[in-house]
Design a protein around this ligand. Structure first.
Ligand code: ATP
Ligand code: MG
Length: 370
């Protein structure tokens, strides 16, 4: 069986360092190693509307931002099919069929959806317009995500660990579909970053997840000044008041980011007092190492990683119509693949009334003899 990779992002804002280490960096590696049959990356505008129905303009504006972030990170449209979810209507037809295979109770148990509802202030018991009830579309988005994955018979989904429950739910849907109608769909595997801290990068405020919805992000497209300002105000160890005090590395966001981004070669380039991150951590734990020195080093490391991304973004920004054209061509190509899968699904479900000469003949014979 071939290896087919699929991932996507919601166009609810520009992409940030969490996206980069959680999924984007892996995608570019997978693309370059070429050890796969096909790779799809998509902008999930339909999913973004599930909790932004009143703000379609936000979604519309951010489609180009996400596309620019993809291209600037090095996703290459000659190797990867980049598409927009709404432009592949077959996905929504699949979602409808999948909905019949999932219970409300199963959706209610999904821990990521639970956490996201709490974060957005959606209440289960909301009874009047002052409280925000749960939009049905948002509640059921794991089902539509399963359709996104299954439409391309994806085997591999490179994502952060907040997506684990979604992939598990998708696998259940595949098993249920195949057992009920016949073996059409493929169970996907999650591909998490090997570096543990990258699976869920915290925000600059130290909160568990850097997320557009929490306003604690460093964006890939932040200019060096903005990035520096954010790093300087970053959460560290609140008990590390004076330089001489022993400091905590665990839960200290600066060290988490260094774990995610820095390499030994960075020390020779910007901090020759040390040869590796463990030496810095030991010094910080002992006391005598100030936060600002660590932050300055992190700024250098991040600027080094972000410089080529910023340069590529600038180049693509000069030809926006070409970026839309990439998305249009990718959407057409993706649609052809999704249509073929949907056709197979409907055949298996026997929703092929007009193509099934045997059915028509059987019905005709039945009624003729009455
Ligand atoms: P929103 O708040 O609108 O949901 P988000 O910041 O959570 O936005 P998504 O578009 O939902 O971003 O996530 C896209 C991909 O990026 C997913 O694969 C997700 O696992 C990954 N991702 C998002 N945030 C992080 C993070 N902080 N650390 C690691 N991976 C992340
Ligand atoms: Mg999210």
């Amino acid at each position: 069986m071939g290896r087919i990779i699929l991932t996507g992002d919601r166009p609810t804002g520009r992409l940030h360092l969490g996206h980069y280490v959680g999924s984007l960096r892996n995608r570019v590696l997978l693309q370059d190693e070429g050890n796969y049959d096909r790779m799809f990356v998509f902008i999930a505008d339909v999913q973004a509307l599930t909790d932004n129905a009143d703000n379609p303009e936000k979604v519309r504006q951010n489609i180009i931002e996400v596309a620019l972030d993809y291209l600037s990170c090095g996703l290459d449209p000659s190797k990867v099919t980049l598409f927009i979810q709404s432009q592949v209507p077959e996905l929504h037809e699949m979602t409808q069929f999948f909905s019949n295979l999932v219970t409300v109770q199963r959706l209610q148990r999904n821990p990521t959806v639970k956490a996201e509802m709490a974060m957005r202030g959606f209440h289960e018991g909301a009874e009047n317009d002052n409280q925000r009830g749960i939009p049905v579309g948002f509640f059921t988005y794991p089902i539509s995500q399963a359709a996104d994955i299954c439409a391309f018979k994806s085997t591999t989904v490179p994502v952060g660990d907040d997506q684990e429950p979604m992939i598990e739910q998708c696998r259940e849907i595949v098993r249920s579909f195949n057992a009920t109608y016949g073996p059409v769909l493929v169970e996907p595997e999650i591909l998490l970053p090997s570096n543990l801290v990258c699976r869920r990068l915290p925000g600059t405020d130290g909160k568990a997840k850097m997320s557009k919805s929490l306003g604690n992000c460093i964006y890939l497209s932040d200019d060096p000044k903005e990035m520096e300002r954010k790093v300087k105000s970053m959460f560290t160890d609140p008990g590390h008041l004076r330089v001489e005090d022993p400091g905590k590395v665990e839960g200290n966001t600066v060290f988490t980011y260094l774990d995610a981004f820095c390499e030994d070669a960075d020390f020779a380039a910007w901090w020759p007092d040390y040869t590796c991150l463990d030496e810095v951590k030991d010094h910080y734990r002992r006391g005598g190492l100030g936060d600002m020195k660590c932050k300055k080093f992190l700024i250098n490391v991040l600027n080094d990683r972000l410089a080529p991304i910023r340069a590529r973004r600038h180049a693509y920004e000069q030809d926006i119509p070409a970026v839309y054209d990439i998305l249009k061509k990718g959407s057409e190509a993706a649609r052809a693949v999704a249509a073929a899968t949907l056709h197979e699904m409907k055949d298996a479900m026997k929703i092929n009334y007009f193509d099934d000469a045997a059915l028509i003949a059987e019905q005709a014979a039945k009624y003729r003899s009455l």
